[in-house]
Design a protein around this ligand. Sequence first.
Ligand code: ZN
Length: 247
Amino acid sequence: MPSTTRGTVPGPRPCPHCGRVLAPLTADLCGREAFAGWEPCGCPGAQAARAEWEAERDRADNAARIASWERRLEASGIPPRYREASHPWAPRLAERIAAGDGLYLHGPNGTGKTTLACAAALICMRNGMGVRFAVATKLLDELREFGQDQRGLLESLAACDLLVVDDLGKEGAATPRAAEKLFDLFNDRYNSQTLAHPRPVLVTSNFPRGNVAARVSQGGAGVAIASRLKEMTEAVEMGGEDWRKSC
Ligand SMILES: [Zn+2]
């Protein structure tokens, strides 16, 4: 028969608020009787102290949650001005993304493409997805070089749950080499997706998918990117009142 040994359990102590004598509480810890605090006192002073302690604990939990969210936002690359973005279509877009669908938002300037993309990405993040946001021109610029930094960047953009590429085709043709690397990035995500882990992309552009090829690169990489995006995304035209689809 297992015997219970008594650990170091202190004696009773008076409540610091009303003086009532409070018995020590114990818990069985693998056959050992362990001290687990004193019985709670029901006096108003003790109740107020407990409420204050709980409020302090909640404040600390909340601060830790906010700090963790801030770190995730910073790591995502979502620009500060879009970190509280909202858009009426965002919940629907986020649902599609969670189901693994890629989307290509296109339309003229001022139609809220980036706002919508960020609002949807934020919902995805709150639901636990890992998100990376990259401005296309800056990304293509970085991909001109190829060193350890670029390899790390490409690996992290290829592996995240959702990749947002903003403003594809804006600055005109990139160098063929950079465009090839952008194609490789989309292609990596396309080839590594599984039902359990889809790797959707969310692209925004001023241009419809059919016109984006020459805007990205004059070489074959632009055509390859446009063709891959056609397989990976559904086009959504912005600027109308409805969710209109077009190729
Ligand atoms: Zn008391």
